[in-house]
Design a protein around this ligand. Structure first.
Ligand code: URA
Length: 271
């Protein structure tokens, strides 16, 4: 038997998906609108207790059509497991489309048209689900939450809220010259503070797990597996594996923007 995500047939999500914004709202200079919007991951059946706000989809998400399934997703799935949350979550991103270029994300942090559609999703999610905790991954997600908080539905939200460093903070910090070991230790210290704040914030988690902090380095055991139930039907198991399987490729910026190489990891091949 195989589990799968049944998709967006239920209201209010069907209407939201039908009315998604395109390049009139998300300019193609700043967003990879050509890969289509990627809406969510997790429960849309009224059972989510934790709402996660990520940043923007990347290459793996463009193929799997669900958010936070690559490195960031597996790291954060491990964080949720440490809260005992294995199924009762739903995730949306700050942006429906992958950010293109260095400044695209920051430039649209306070974009009202982008916020209007995102707020409609947040309204739907907190109205349809018994959300007890909201977690924002990174500062753009924090801004998204705070923007929503000023809306009528946002003002009425009284559950827990935690802003965490983004799961790929160490990778971005290292790419701009930071020491990767120290950057990872900083992420994990931040997430340990998040565990202290959130452990017990959900009254009846999926599993009762004792509070267990991260060490200074991320171990294989700290990564979560993306559940089959989170992906569209029939996606092969290697799309949930611990290895990268999607990469942007191309010898010119235009080709790289237009191309994602999908490759089955060597140890996942049945041939
Ligand atoms: N992928 C996503 O969908 N969101 C993030 O924040 C990071 C990677």
């Amino acid at each position: 038997m195989h589990d799968f995500d049944p998709g967006y047939g239920r209201e209010p999500y069907a209407a939201l998906v039908r009315s998604y914004p395109g390049s009139e709202t998300y300019p193609t200079t700043d967003f990879r609108t050509e890969w289509g919007p990627i809406f969510h991951r997790g429960r849309l059946d009224g059972t989510a207790k934790v709402l996660v706000i990520g940043q923007d989809p990347a290459a793996h998400e463009a193929i799997a059509r669900r958010i936070l399934v690559g490195t960031a997703g597996r790291r954060f799935q491990g964080f949720l497991a440490k809260l005992g949350i294995t199924t009762s979550y739903v995730m949306v991103n700050t942006y429906l489309y992958s950010v293109y270029g260095q400044q695209g994300g920051n430039a649209h942090a306070h974009d009202t048209a982008i916020a209007a559609y995102r707020n409609a999703w947040l309204d739907a999610l907190v109205t349809d689900n018994p959300i007890e905790a909201v977690i924002a991954l990174g500062s753009l997600a924090d801004t998204a939450f705070r923007t929503w908080r000023t809306t009528p539905t946002g003002t009425g939200y009284h559950g827990a809220y935690q802003h965490l460093l983004h799961p790929t903070y160490p990778d971005s910090a290292a790419s701009t010259g930071a020491d990767p070991v120290q950057a990872m230790a900083k992420l994990l210290a931040d997430w340990n503070a998040g565990l202290d704040a959130l452990h017990g914030a959900v009254a009846a988690p999926d599993q009762q797990v004792p509070l267990a902090h991260y060490g200074n380095a991320l171990t294989a055991a700290d990564l979560g597996t993306i559940p089959e139930a989170d992906l569209p039907p029939g996606l092969p198991a290697w799309m949930r594996s611990d290895e990268a399987w999607a990469n942007r490729q191309g010898s010119t910026p235009a080709d790289k923007r237009a191309t994602i190489l999908v490759q089955i990891p060597a140890d996942q091949r049945p041939f």
